[in-house]
Design a protein around this ligand. Structure first.
Ligand SMILES: Cc1cc2nc3c(=O)[nH]c(=O)nc-3n(C[C@H](O)[C@H](O)[C@H](O)COP(=O)(O)OP(=O)(O)OC[C@H]3O[C@@H](n4cnc5c(N)ncnc54)[C@H](O)[C@@H]3O)c2cc1C
Length: 546
């Protein structure tokens, strides 16, 4: 908490070059790019970092093969290049993965047609990944026995990439980089109003933890509040060329359905691509695409039924999946950028997923619309270029503000880990060796955990049963990761509450010690706050029928 308290003090003490409102992927990458290149940056979010759309994605880093059907080739080409760049820059986090797509009878095309599309897709991605393969129904069954091929007509396998940990952790690592570059960031600080005054911006901020208000001053204001961009522009009196429409999507996390590390893709009953995505010891299934009017959403009975029915009719499981198999639910809205002049009237599912940055030069204000996790490096670079055009000097315009630490740092970490036999401490249920996981999550900071374990071997023990997280990781989180509420750690810095049932977490004897490690003398209050929270997102109506 010390980091947050100090940062809140710093937020009031100076005029920043740039204030970024919203710390989802767009705000986090903008802050990392700008501060890495030398700007003085402040970053606030009214919830935790990545606590909205950016924690509800499909965890895919992909060129968007499905956008080829709507002819959005420029977007596909751009996203394929971004995907390749992310795979190269984050080799332990963003990893190539095969997509096994099964085509069923009645699908709008013969399987050869999408297979040809997969080749074009591969070429548009500069042939960076493994080549596509056409698959007969027998070959599909041989690769993945859980696929029901009775109504299948064939399929194909191609490559894209996925986030090995999860989206929220990926975003947090941009926030962490931004902090390293001097960004003054704080979670649970809301912008409740912004006015232009004497050539700069004054934002009225509300510290939701202390229930206190203060002003933050900056020369440039960036509105990166995702689905709430329009709402914030109303607060600040900004008019923009774009605005958002919303598409709701849900995912269900269930026990692991198949041991293979590949994504299974199908076309759902509404004709959209539908995925079975590996998530360590779990499987993530979804998603849906429903137009909604407001960004505040929850999964409904219909959403959940749609996902379960689609999965059950395409897989040959020992028994169908039911509500009682659901471990957790992800639900968010895709903010889609449209121009009032017509874009919105197009077939909703065909609306472009491109991002747009609207700039008001006179007021020195940027609004970031739409976008994807996959697009984050482009957003960071484009925002930095725009801010520079607005007259903010960037002392290091070519600085590479993203990517894992150099190979030499990684080799040094892995060597030390080998010498102390770290991987022998890997738990039986773990999905990968400990050294690999610690490096991917913490990069160079993972060295601190090695030192803690050397000094006290208990730091290498798992604290919350059924998870892979060590005492030493919680210590590190307290120091470096601005964990303000217990949920920040359970759901976003780690993915514990995605993969462990809520009732198991709540009953875990390790939870109290976790709170002590994370919050010190505030431990009891934070534990009580968590235990009193609303809990399960599974609708009661379905719960009863489980
Ligand atoms: C179901 C689904 C699946 C998806 N799958 C993928 C995928 O596989 N791959 C991919 O690349 N993309 C995917 N996306 C898209 C991607 O997740 C989003 O485009 C992206 O996360 C949007 O990020 P953002 O930063 O714009 O918004 P957000 O993540 O919503 O961040 C905005 C932040 O602003 C904060 N905020 C709002 N108002 C204020 C205020 N007044 N003051 C302070 N803070 C404020 C919010 O708390 C929030 O944290 C998916 C999206 C969905 C919904």
């Amino acid at each position: 908490m010390q980091l947050r308290e100090n940062n809140i003090k710093k937020l009031t003490g100076e005029v920043f070059d740039v204030l970024v409102v919203g710390a989802g992927i767009n705000g986090a990458s903008a802050a990392a790019a700008l501060s890495g290149k030398g700007a003085r940056v402040a970053l606030i979010d009214r919830g935790d970092f990545a606590s909205s759309t950016s924690m509800h994605s499909s965890n895919l880093v992909w060129g968007g093969i499905k956008y080829m059907e709507s002819g959005d080739f420029a977007l596909v080409r751009k996203l394929c290049k971004s995907r390749n760049h992310l795979i190269r820059s984050y080799p332990s986090t963003v990893q190539e993965i095969r997509f096994l797509t099964t085509i069923h009878e009645g699908f709008r095309y013969h399987p050869l047609y999408p297979w040809a599309g997969a080749w074009l897709y591969w070429l548009m991605g500069n042939g960076f990944t493994q080549r596509p393969h056409f698959l007969s129904t027998r070959a599909i069954k041989a690769r993945e026995s859980i696929i029901d091929i009775r109504r299948a007509t064939g399929g194909f396998e191609y490559s894209d990439a996925y986030l090995h940990d999860n989206d929220a952790r990926f975003v947090f690592n941009f926030v962490r980089n931004a902090l390293d570059f001097g960004t003054v960031a704080a979670n649970y600080v809301e912008s409740v109003g912004a006015r232009h005054e004497q050539g700069g911006w004054v934002v009225t901020a509300h510290d939701r933890e202390a229930d206190a208000r203060f002003d933050i001053r900056a020369r440039v204001l960036i509105n990166a509040s995702g689905p709430w961009v329009d709402e914030h522009n109303t607060l600040s009196g900004q008019r923009t060329a774009h605005r958002h429409v919303f598409s709701k999507g849900i995912h269900l996390i269930v026990p692991r359905l198949t041991g293979s590390r590949r994504v299974l893709a199908f076309f759902a009953d509404d004709g959209r691509l539908f995925f079975v995505i590996p998530m360590g010891a779990r499987t993530c299934i979804g998603t849906t695409d429903t137009r909604v009017e407001r960004p505040e959403v929850a999964a409904t009975d219909d959403d959940i039924r749609f996902v379960l029915e689609n999965i059950n009719s395409r897989l040959a499981l020992d028994r169908p999946l039911t509500v009682s198999d659901i471990i957790s639910i992800r639900c968010g809205v895709r903010p889609l950028a449209v121009k009032p002049s017509g874009g919105e009237k197009r077939d909703f599912l065909k609306l472009s997923r491109k991002h747009a940055i609207d700039v008001d030069r006179q007021a020195r204000h940027l609004s970031i619309f739409g976008g994807k996790l996959t697009d984050c490096l482009n957003v960071g670079e484009e925002v930095a270029a725009e801010v520079r055009r607005l007259g903010v000097e960037l002392a290091y315009p070519s600085y590479r503000w993203y990517g894992e630490p150099d190979r030499a740092v990684r080799d040094a970490f892995l060597h030390q880990a080998r010498l102390m036999h770290l991987d022998d401490m890997t738990t039986e249920s773990a999905s990968e060796p400990l050294s690999q996981r610690l490096w991917r999550r913490y990069g160079a900071q993972a060295m601190e955990i090695l030192e803690d374990i050397r000094q006290d071997p208990r730091q290498g023990e798992v604290l919350i049963e059924g998870t892979e997280y060590l005492r030493g990781e919680l210590k590190l989180a307290r120091r470096h990761e601005m964990v303000t509420r217990l949920e920040d750690f359970l759901r976003r810095r780690s993915k514990i509450s995605l993969v462990v049932r809520e009732e198991v977490i709540r009953a875990s004897p390790g939870l109290r010690e976790a709170c002590q490690l994370l919050f010190g003398d505030q431990a009891q209050a934070r534990l009580d706050e968590y235990l009193a929270s609303t809990g399960s997102l599974i609708p009661d109506s379905l719960d009863e029928k489980a």
